[in-house]
Ligand binder design. Structure first.
Ligand code: GDP
Ligand code: GDP
Length: 437
């Protein structure tokens, strides 16, 4: 499981600013893709060193203006109660307030590892600001400015040091033949129906993975002689009636499931098109670099016209991930499942394909020869050679000169060239550009 870190603090101390600074600061490999909306409340931080974690901005969950006493604060509490580490954010300019004191009292009862983060320390005397909170008695105190991104690296280093050791025997001693799948999508698209349908077919050989708890549910199964592990998703949980607020918190579970899987199956309700919420889930899949299959569910009972409409809508909204296969199914009737599993296999095979240095270098040379980058302010980028940089997603390290001048459209050209040449379907691919040798 990805560890969970919660940002807790009264309104206006800068939680969402800090959230952005933390989630956007480090990962040079993550680009904002067109068509993807980001959820401001949840994000995965991928540290260059150390393990990734899910960051939750509890202020965002709880609504704009409440104290911890408000009814809407339940979400903040739920997030903090599940968190492995709490970052208690206070405002270094305004100093402590009664509301901060309330929160502190509650955090003490919670007895979680907690870091005191004194924010907004730009342009003020940091020592005075820290002294103001000395009576809170924290041994771990960091001064940051989220707006100016100072102290963020030190904070990340401290967070990394405090996170629990990875207990993921679950993924470590994994059978390489077993494909880890997560069914993701917003509520009501049919995840539970699909999972039940799949498990129902194969009830005899499905088994819960030992050691998984209420918080981490996985089921192993075999189907047509192939082995799979279904990673925790809303569909695997017993569907108790949950309040909407609690349902929203399951977004964290979705992020964790995406991180653990190899192939994410994004389920859409064919009749409802692609909503912002769908796009948020899709963004998380792309950020994590996971293989992707898109499912248009509820294909039953639609007229030809409705089906055409649904196809056209999906094609338009998902044009930027046109490398992902779209499979039409009816989870209710169990139709389309064979095609779905075939697509999962193709995506997984592409995501885990291995490459030799020479074939990657030849591909870069061929792409370059067919279409060299344009001249930018009198300079032309040169691509010299390349080598494989890893799988899931396939990553290519390209060496050359003036690579900073490579435009986004040229990078997309390279990507498409590689996709065609190596017949890669259903997986994002990444390029890392290195100046020189
Ligand atoms: P939240 O309610 O805790 O999520 O707070 P926000 O992130 O929305 O920030 C509240 C206000 O404080 C905004 O006007 C921010 O621009 C400002 N702010 C946040 N971080 C800093 C900081 O490091 N320095 C300064 N000077 N202002 C900040
Ligand atoms: P989840 O929240 O994503 O797990 O969605 P559920 O599996 O609970 O499904 C939500 C509703 O959609 C339920 O009423 C299902 O019966 C219905 N549903 C799911 N799959 C299909 C399908 O393929 N066709 C039709 N017509 N209804 C479906």
């Amino acid at each position: 499981m990805l560890p969970l870190v919660a940002l807790v603090g009264r309104p206006n101390v800068g939680k969402s600013t800090l959230f952005n600074a933390l989630t956007r600061s480090r990962d040079a490999l993550v680009h904002d893709e067109p068509g993807v909306t980001r959820d401001r409340n949840y994000g995965v931080c991928r540290l260059l060193e150390g393990r990734p974690f899910v960051l939750v901005d509890t202020g965002g969950i709880a609504g704009e203006d409440e104290g911890l006493a408000g009814a809407t604060a339940r979400q903040s509490r739920a997030a903090a109660e599940e968190a492995d580490l709490v970052l208690f954010i206070v405002d270094g300019r305004e100093g402590s307030s009664a509301l901060d004191d309330d929160i502190l009292r509650w955090l003490r009862k919670l007895a979680k590892p907690t870091l005191l983060v004194v924010n907004k320390t730009d342009g003020i005397d940091v020592r005075t600001a820290l002294a103001e909170f000395a009576r809170y008695g924290f041994s771990d105190v960091l001064a940051v400015s989220s707006a100016h991104r100072t102290g963020i690296d030190a904070l990340l280093a401290r967070v990394a040091a405090l996170l629990p050791e990875t207990g993921s025997a679950e993924t470590l001693d994994d059978d390489p033949e077993r494909i880890r799948i997560a069914f993701v999508g917003r509520p009501n698209v049919g995840k539970s129906t699909l999972v039940n349908r799949i498990l129902g077919e194969e009830r005899m050989i499905a088994s819960e993975v030992p050691g998984t708890t209420r918080d981490s549910i996985a089921v192993d199964l075999e189907r047509d002689g192939r082995k799979y592990r279904l990673i925790d998703t809303a569909g695997l949980r017993r569907r108790a009636r949950v309040e909407e607020a609690v349902e929203k918190f399951s977004a964290v579970k979705t992020l964790q499931a995406i991180e653990q899987c190899q192939v994410a199956v994004l389920m859409l309700d064919a009749s409802e098109g692609v909503t912002d919420q769908d796009a948020t889930v899709l963004g998380a899949v792309l950020d994590a670099g996971r293989a992707l299959v898109v499912v248009l569910n509820k294909w039953d009972g639609r007229s030809d016209y409705e089906r055409q409409q649904a196809e056209a809508l999906a094609a338009r909204k998902l044009g930027f991930v046109d490398w992902a296969e779209r499979v039409r199914i009816s989870a209710l009737h169990g139709s389309g499942l064979r095609e779905l599993f075939r697509a999962i296999h193709r995506a997984h095979a592409s995501a885990t394909r291995t490459f030799s240095t020479s074939e990657v270098t030849r591909a870069v040379e061929a792409a370059y020869a067919a279409n060299p980058p344009p001249v930018v302010r009198g300079h032309v980028a040169k691509l010299r050679f390349a080598h494989p940089g890893g799988e899931s997603p396939p990553t290519f390290i390209v060496h050359g000169s003036r690579l900073k001048t490579l435009s986004g459209s040229y990078q997309r050209y390279l990507e498409n060239f590689f996709r065609k040449r190596f017949k890669l379907v259903g997986t994002p691919i990444r390029f890392v550009f290195r100046e020189g040798n």
